[in-house]
Ligand binder design. Structure first.
Ligand code: PEP
Length: 246
């Protein structure tokens, strides 16, 4: 049985004072029936690790593919781990777009993260144009093949399906569309990595998940949880999503 995962991506939001939301969340979910992960900005990881309590995992939002060196402003996977992170989000569409990250970049970062002992949350997703021209599955298939390294395990791999046009827009694919892509991802993982890894890796849906739509999305086949942006910033909203998953 795959353990469900509720992951929050705070993106470039959050100062020290906002960790009060994390403390509140921790108080609301002392013994959760699912895994909870919060990925705050890197500046907050070590304090978040202390304030989150034992039931909430902390993750980074990106890492460099090298372990150290002359890369001003970048953060290595080892540094994230050292600060208290257990996971890292890689290949988010905002990184692919803002920083020109390719599938091969994401794959190298994932190798570095796994080497450092982090679990990887690898994001894939199509643009609106790609969906409207019926290229969704081709795009997702290419991103999966190019972004996921060979050495993943069922334990350390999480795939997040995030249609770009659904992120932060309030638009959500139909449940059939979500199911089609999640089933496709599951089949691709099983085909490439075998049934052991392919069936244990979690597949999250991300894109405008809110308390009001979480339950119906979580009922779709092969949806093992969510990667949540905006609605993860407030403890009450994220808590309602966690409760829908439990
Ligand atoms: C995200 O940033 O990964 C995301 C899904 O954002 P939102 O939930 O705000 O759409």
């Amino acid at each position: 049985m795959r353990r469900k995962l509720a992951a929050g991506n705070w993106k470039m939001n959050g100062l020290g004072a906002n960790l009060a939301e994390l403390e509140k969340l921790s108080g609301l979910h002392g013994a959760p029936d699912c895994e909870i992960l919060i990925c705050p900005p890197a500046t907050l990881i070590s304090t978040a690790r202390v304030q989150a309590g034992e039931q909430i995992a902390i993750g980074g939002q990106d890492c460099h593919e090298n372990t150290s060196g002359a890369h001003t402003g970048d953060i290595s996977a080892e540094m994230l781990k050292d600060a208290g992170a257990s996971h890292v989000i890689l290949g988010h569409s905002e990184r692919r777009e803002d920083h020109d990250e390719s599938d091969s970049d994401v794959r190298q970062k994932a190798c570095a993260a796994i080497e450092a002992g982090l679990k990887v949350v690898i994001c894939v997703g199509e643009s609106l144009e790609e969906r409207e021209t019926n290229n969704t599955l081709d795009i997702i298939g290419g991103q999966l093949a190019g972004s996921i390294p060979d050495q993943v395990t069922g334990e350390n791999l999480v795939v997040a399906y995030e249609p770009i046009w659904a992120i932060g827009t309030g638009k959500v694919p139909t449940l059939d569309q979500i199911g089609e892509v999640h089933d496709f991802i599951r089949t691709r993982l099983e085909r490439r990595f075998g049934e052991g890894v392919g069936r244990s890796a979690r597949i999250l849906y991300g894109g405008s998940v809110k308390p009001g739509n979480a339950s119906e999305i979580f009922a779709v086949s092969n949806v093992d949880g969510a990667l949540v942006g905006g609605a993860s910033l407030k403890a009450d909203d994220f808590s309602a999503i966690i409760t829908a998953l439990e």
